[in-house]
Design a protein around this ligand. Structure first.
Ligand code: K7E
Ligand code: CUA
Ligand code: CA
Length: 632
């Protein structure tokens, strides 16, 4: 552990290139002042240079007009959404509604979003925990972000070019999708996701006993978003991660006891890290070596004890997070009820599956003692790991190589620093940590409790997402960020790894069904303002150009099912229009070159105003029209 004094001894240390020039200049100026005030120039310049070295570390201040270096994607927990933040400023840039209903964009209201939500559009809640970005050869490729919904057993995909959710899949035969990570190599072919709770099969009320209950490890095809396979396991499943060979995934299990009561889940001193052999699973699926459950056609394989598809590595105790080191060498399981993390050597897994090891524990190469309540570990790409200690309210920085030496009996101290965080941290996440590019610059710690850190806002408190500079020897807390319910996890990606569109292209698949319907109706979306009647279904096609709708009045009959299609002809970046039909629960976004549609029943006779609810022009208030509903 390096103290500030030790750093001074090492001075002078000049900043490296790429570090903040502004801060360095500031320190140099400080040195100048020291000289001018007649203080011991040599001593002060040493200190000033030490300060310069300190200051030249990551600068978290992003001035007005400047852009952040990283995108951060935050899960919105039980708000059901995903949030986009700039890092290091921690400024919130955007919210992406996923499992929730959102009145600004019309998510859950428009036809396009309902189509993505499918059958699950009957739910308006979600519980999103784990956002992860698709990869090619172990590097973020910026195409998609995937996220789980524990509340309604779903997995969603977000297109990162437009930052909209484009697919949602409900996982059959299981309950509560929790841990979710992506295959890293050769690319994200599978989204691996754990179902947490055991349920009976069939789950039709005929048998509620535990004997026929189990849960499953699931793989979703990242392109089609269909479930590729499910693997039955012993115990239950919590978190998961994949390796850098493409061969293995590993999940924690906290309930090897298969207990229903709390005390029962803590009976065993060790539960498991369960390793899945993806090659063997794929082969078994190919060979037809599976069954199906109920109505679902998803191949279900048996990975319980004795199976060739899995191995159960005993690890202490009710483990939670499972994190692959960016050098590809280790799975690290976080002990939760044990003060330890368990380091599993991935290069020993071939031997484990080949039956060449005497004991499953032979793949464990270290079990460092870190503190109370280890939940999640993240990495700086320089051989150090950072583990959150929930009970101690600390982040523990430790060195993996030294922990291995210590496990082998050498007298080395593997703990580098413990930093207080505020308070009770769950996940933590270092910049690019899940990829080969882990750069060890920033660490975000998602603290569950904020207590006294912010102005009080009543009994319900915000969480506190803290930003820590990890670019130097010492971790430095630089920012407190209040967040609303409840970002379990986040992911940081370099800004050049994300490529967004400024306006929609007219052939975007996001509104393909609107184009199809228009074609059937003989409508040119980009030009026509027409009303089509089809029995009691009425389709209103209109364009918009700031500050006008192409249609400012249309007539329907009471009881008609009305669908309004709006095509925004504006081509100027940021000129988004809205459509809100007063007293009808209808509201949506139409961004430049986008087509959006919404369906509602015109059940109230009379005059009903609609208006643009996204500020688009000096005459935005005047952008409006009337629906005239004839009494039935
Ligand atoms: Cu909250 Cu990853 Cu769902 Cu840990 S999980 S804290
Ligand atoms: Cu269009 Cu406001
Ligand atoms: Ca247990």
């Amino acid at each position: 552990m390096k103290k500030r004094d030790d750093l001074t001894k090492d001075a002078p240390e000049l900043p490296e290139s790429g570090q903040s020039r502004r801060r360095f200049m500031g320190a140099a100026a400080l040195a100048g002042v020291a000289g001018a005030t007649g203080l011991g120039a040599a001593v002060m310049s040493r200190e000033a240079f030490a300060a310069a070295a300190e200051d030249a570390r990551n600068n978290w201040v992003v001035h007005p007009g400047e852009l952040d270096e990283y995108y951060g994607f935050w899960s919105g927990g039980h708000s059901g959404e995903v949030r986009v933040l700039g890092v290091p400023s921690m400024r919130e840039l955007m919210r992406i509604p996923v499992f929730n209903v959102d009145s600004a964009t019309g998510w859950g209201i428009t036809n396009e979003s309902k189509q993505v939500l499918g059958d699950s559009s009957r739910f308006s809640n979600g519980d999103a925990h784990h956002p992860h970005i698709s990869m090619t050869d172990g590097r973020y490729d910026g195409r998609y972000l995937f996220i789980n919904d524990k509340a309604n057993t779903r997995v969603a995909r977000i297109r990162l070019d437009i930052m909209k959710c484009d697919k949602i899949t409900t996982i059959p035969n299981v309950q509560a999708i929790h841990g979710l990570r992506l295959q890293k190599v050769p690319k994200t072919k599978y989204v691996f996701c754990n179902a947490e709770y055991v349920i009976p099969h069939p789950n039709d009320g005929s048998d509620t006993s535990l004997e026929n209950s189990f849960t499953m490890f699931n793989a979703v095809d990242a392109e089609t978003m269909e479930v590729a396979f499910q693997v039955i396991v012993d115990g239950n499943l919590d978190n998961t991660d994949a390796d850098y060979t493409g061969k293995y995934a590993c999940s924690t299990c906290y309930n090897s006891e298969k207990a229903l009561d709390l005390a029962g889940t803590m009976r065993n001193d060790r539960d498991w890290a369960v390793v899945f052999n993806i090659e063997r699973i794929e082969q078994a699926v190919k060979n037809g070596d599976f069954k199906t459950l109920g109505d679902s056609k998803v191949p279900v394989l048996d990975g319980r004890a004795g199976s060739e598809l899995t191995r159960y590595i005993p690890v202490p105790k009710n483990p939670h997070g499972l994190n692959t080191s960016p050098d590809g060498k280790y799975f690290i399981a976080n002990g939760k009820l044990s003060p330890t993390c368990t380091v599993i050597a991935i290069d020993k897994l071939d031997d484990l599956f080949a039956g060449k090891l005497k004991d499953e524990r032979d793949v464990v190469v270290a079990e460092p003692e870190l503190g109370l309540g280890p939940l999640h570990t993240t990495y700086d790409g320089r051989g150090n790991a950072y583990t959150t200690l929930f009970i101690d309210s600390q982040v523990c920085k430790w060195n993996i190589a030294d922990a291995i030496k210590h496990y082998n009996g050498e007298k080395v101290d593997y703990i580098r620093q413990k930093l207080d965080v505020h308070y009770q941290p769950g996940h933590n996440h270092a910049s690019l940590t899940e990829s080969r590019d882990a750069d060890g610059k920033w660490l975000v710690v998602l603290s569950k409790f904020s207590k006294d850190r912010f102005l009080p806002v009543g009994p319900l408190h915000p969480e506190n997402d803290q930003l820590i500079d990890i670019s130097g020897e010492e971790m430095k807390l630089v920012h407190d960020g209040p967040t609303f319910a409840e970002p379990h996890d986040c992911i940081l990606v370099r800004r050049d790894q994300i490529k967004t569109q400024k306006i929609y292209t007219r052939d975007d698949p996001f509104f393909a069904s609107a184009r199809e319907q228009a074609k059937k109706d003989g409508i040119v979306l980009e030009a026509d303002n027409k009303v089509i009647r089809d029995g009691n279904k009425v389709r209103v096609y209109m364009t918009s150009v700031a500050p006008m709708y192409g249609t400012t009045e249309f007539k329907v009959k009471q009881g008609d099912e009305v669908t309004v299609f709006i095509t925004n002809l504006d081509t100027i970046e940021d000129v988004t229009h809205g459509f809100c039909m007063v007293n009808h629960g209808v509201s949506m976004e139409i961004s430049p070159q986008q087509t959006s549609s919404v369906t509602f029943v015109a059940d109230q006779p009379g005059v009903h105003w609609y208006y643009c609810n996204w500020f688009c022009h000096a005459l935005h208030m005047e952008m409006r029209g009337r629906m005239l509903v004839e009494k039935a």
